[in-house]
Design a protein around this ligand. Sequence first.
Ligand SMILES: C[S@@+](CC[C@H](N)C(=O)[O-])C[C@H]1O[C@@H](n2cnc3c(N)ncnc32)[C@H](O)[C@@H]1O
Length: 213
Amino acid sequence: MKIRFKNYWRKTSLKKKEDGIFLLNHIKKIRPRNFLEIGVFHGVTSRNVCELLHELHGNKFKFTGIDLFENDTGKLDEEIAPNIHFSNPLKNIYYRYIVRRDPYSYQSVLGLLKKFKENVNIIKGNSNDVLKEIKTEVFDYIFLDGGHKYETVKNDLKNLMQVVNNNGTILCDDYDLSYAPGVKKAIDEYVLDNNFNLKILNSRFAEITKYLK
Ligand SMILES: C[S@@+](CC[C@H](N)C(=O)[O-])C[C@H]1O[C@@H](n2cnc3c(N)ncnc32)[C@H](O)[C@@H]1O
């Protein structure tokens, strides 16, 4: 199976293809059936992950994604979803005048994932509330890429404790970003307080597990 990471003419935090491919290979090794992504944005990683899980398990997988989709309300918090505009003007024209749908919206992400509609659950809301409501679910793999403030990451990690499988993996993006130091601080504290294992992968991902793999 050749691993490819496509951007579907959208924006993603995994701008460098190598990072996307690294993430997909990491997921492939773990072969999760029940996947959670916190921070879906345009749905690029979600779609790539669904393609991979479908190759691995056919229809026997579940993908849950959570995002504020702040722009849906028209009240965009710059700190939450910075730079939603494309540097390529053609893409701005395409989404504004041709598709007439903001790619950073609940409906647009559902459209991108419609091929997997039986397997996908996209939840619009704040991870801090949503994670408390879905605590009956157990995920094998969680990609944490939502809010990057210290308090948000700290809360997300605390709430994830109830929804991650004992052998599960939490992979956090943007560990050690100079402009978002709260991510590293929250992760380091969480791992230390709970005596979990931490590995830094590909210089940007923090892998957290309860037991060494
Ligand atoms: C860096 S982007 C995610 C990128 C995406 N994972 C990818 O690979 O392309 C961060 C996303 O987290 C969302 N977000 C920020 N704070 C959040 C919160 N408290 N709850 C849910 N989503 C949040 C933002 O709306 C934004 O879409």
